[in-house]
Design a protein around this ligand. Sequence first.
Ligand code: ATP
Ligand code: MG
Length: 467
Amino acid sequence: MEFGFENELCELAQRTAERGARLFVVGGRVRNALLGLPVSDTDVTSALRPDEMTCLAREAGWKVVPKGAAFGMVEVHIGDRTYEHTTFRRDKYAEGGAHRPTAVTFSDTPDEDAFRRDFTVNALYADVLAGTVADPTGGVCDLGARLIRATSPDPELILRDDGLRIMRLCRFAAELGFDIEEKTFAAAKKCAPLLADISAERVRDELVKILMADTKYGIPPEKSVLRGLHLLDETGALDVILPELALCRGVAQSPKFHRWPVLEHIFRTTAMSKPELPLRLGCLLHDAAKPVVLARQGNMHGHDVEGEKIARGVLHRLRFDNDTLERAVWLVRYHMYDLDGNAKEPTLKRRFARWGGDKVKALCDIREADFRGSVGEYITVKSADRWKRVLADMEAKHTPFSEHSLACTGADIMEWTGLPAGPHVGEIKSALLDHCAVRPQDNVPEKLRRIVRDMVRGPGEHPCKNI
Ligand code: ATP
Ligand code: MG
């Protein structure tokens, strides 16, 4: 196999050889090269101890960043390339799935190192100078069969050491479109409760990769995202990481609108949405409140309002950044807006002027996904199409999409009315935005001035009764 390794990597291997060791590329880069897929990062490994690798790199004038030297990791920067070097090692783990090695023993060959890795296809070693592949666990055969299999004949040994490996299993199967070997899958089901020991950040990162699995190698979402979500469900990982969603399993809903029970509908909606993270998270959580609301009141009304709280709780627990969290939560809250598409046009316009174009477009996206996830087809959705037309019309007419875009300031309003600074000025601004949402041609200072004067003087007409 011709790997076409770059000069920087060959030089690192050369210098490693001068110290009596062979440098191997391992992990995703070897796996993907053999599959003809693009590679993202380069993990390298050899028998050199972390201090020896550090020394070697410093002598060559390369930058070295220690990354947990106790576990054998150092990052070597050559030009704009980064190589994460890990010394061959064997790990011993504490009870529980928290992935805290209690003892790390360095070793001298890939053979032992391979068994501390998760899956056979991730434990292939390409000798950089020789161009040969070492395959201690049968990864080449599994690549051919498109199978994810644990590196040990006893998969529980592997999955027990690090609960996150269960999510990685679902993720690789989703990204690559591979099957999961039977014994590995059975062990995953058994070990799923160990995910409870994993930090929220690591769970979040794997969940994000599953939600975006179609973007990694271009496998269609039904075979990647939907599959990854099904695997989380089937292994029992879902009950641990997203118990709120596990509650939705099998919850029936009206066959008039829905082909599937709540959880399956949620999964399909997510997979049929555009590949944008806040949108996919919004889809994942949009109906999460249905079982709770149903149990409380016998119907599902208000699951959007209750869903906002649940979504906020989940995304906070998984330590999502604020921007992503707020966008997703907002979509959950408003995904039922104008469900039947009958809202009057001025009503839509007044709402849209406050929400802004980005939110309206995101709402169109979740509406489309929601409907598609109900019927299982990429249908067009009338309400979303109408919203897009209304929004385009507003944009073409240069409608202001916030009070900041009005052609007057608070100071102007005070000058025109003689009002002091205070809430009345804010109320007038808000009324002006409502007005201009429907009549954008009035958003010029002279007209706004007249409108404000009428508001203040006109009996019974102005919006702030106290003026
Ligand atoms: P990609 O980078 O395409 O997501 P990868 O296989 O390179 O896939 P990384 O997370 O970069 O995955 O890890 C590099 C290698 O390190 C893996 O291929 C695997 O051999 C090993 N590895 C990483 N994380 C774990 C883990 N939690 N348990 C066991 N082995 C792991
Ligand atoms: Mg990698």
